[in-house]
Design a binder for this molecule. Structure first.
Ligand SMILES: NC(=O)c1ccc[n+]([C@@H]2O[C@H](COP(=O)([O-])OP(=O)(O)OC[C@H]3O[C@@H](n4cnc5c(N)ncnc54)[C@H](OP(=O)(O)O)[C@@H]3O)[C@@H](O)[C@H]2O)c1
Length: 250
């Protein structure tokens, strides 16, 4: 059977040879996204802070025949992000796709919320998106193409009690995404915000009051959405996608 193809002859759905950097790739949505990109033929660079879990993902991907590189990285650190991109360039020469997915949640009413927790949430969910984009962009600009997908949350648009830092960070990251898209669209770099509802991942470990896990999205739902955006043909851009559990906000 002949595979469907674009007029330029490339097989639809394949991302062979594309170099994809996925932050937060050791668990949850990021890990599922790394597997989904590898299944589509991409070379995957994995970033997260915890070396052991990150390397376990790299080993599993390689066992499946994929090319994978684990680069332990704290995405809130300028030096660490520079090092992540440099190692990617040293090994694979360019960056085609950046998935800004790493993020954390700390929750509690403003009156009780600690300043250190505020900084941690803002740095991981907002500053890191800017840092990774800033240092990945030169390679994309040089090759005249690229794609950046920022994994945000419905919390970018809907506010929840006890989630001030998280909602502020995600709303800020949505604004950042729109500014970035407008800055680089002329250079053939496509920028997309993905806003999931609740997803059953380790994100919820330690959050006592959480929605029903049974009703949540799976990490694979979000991963498949992210990869499908990267499989879209040239000549279009998906700027924003909201992915919800069938029951809506839980
Ligand atoms: N789960 C949900 O319901 C949900 C819904 C909407 C949006 N989201 C968003 O989706 C993204 C992924 O969430 P998830 O549910 O997959 O979370 P998760 O299972 O807790 O995984 C988070 C990942 O991010 C990494 N990470 C956290 N801080 C980091 C840092 N400073 N530097 C590098 N890596 C870091 C973690 O690894 P290390 O700890 O080893 O660094 C881990 O790999 C987040 O941005 C989250 O806000 C989640």
């Amino acid at each position: 059977m002949v595979s469907p193809s674009h007029p330029n002859g490339t097989e639809i759905g394949r991302l062979d040879g594309k170099v994809v950097v996925v932050t937060g790739a050791s668990k949850g949505i990021g890990k599922a996204t790394a597997f989904a990109f590898a299944a589509a033929g991409a070379k995957v660079v994995l970033a997260a802070r915890t070396r052991e879990t990150l390397e376990q993902v790299a080993v599993a991907l390689k066992k499946n025949g994929a090319q994978a590189l684990a680069v332990p990285t704290d995405v809130t650190s300028v030096d660490a992000v520079k090092q992540l991109i440099q190692q990617t360039l040293d090994v694979y020469q360019h960056v085609d796709i950046l998935i800004n997915n790493a993020g954390i949640g700390h929750f509690g009413p403003v009156v009780d919320f600690e300043p250190d927790d505020w900084d941690a949430v803002l740095n991981s969910n907002l500053k890191a998106v800017y840092l990774c984009a800033k240092y990945a962009l030169p390679s994309m600009l040089e090759q005249g193409s690229g794609q950046i997908i920022n994994v945000l949350s419905v919390a970018a648009k809907v506010t929840f009690q006890a989630s001030s830092a998280y909602c502020a960070a995600k709303a800020g990251a949505l604004a950042l995404t729109k500014v970035l898209a407008s800055e680089v669209r002329q250079q053939n770099i496509r920028v997309t915000a993905v806003l999931p509802g609740s997803v059953h991942t380790p994100f919820w470990d330690g959050v006592p009051e959480h929605p029903d896990f049974e009703q949540m999205l799976t990490p694979e739902h979000v991963a498949d959405t992210i990869v499908s955006v990267c499989q879209q043909p040239p000549g279009m851009v998906t700027e924003e996608i909201v992915v919800m559990p069938p029951l809506g906000i839980l």
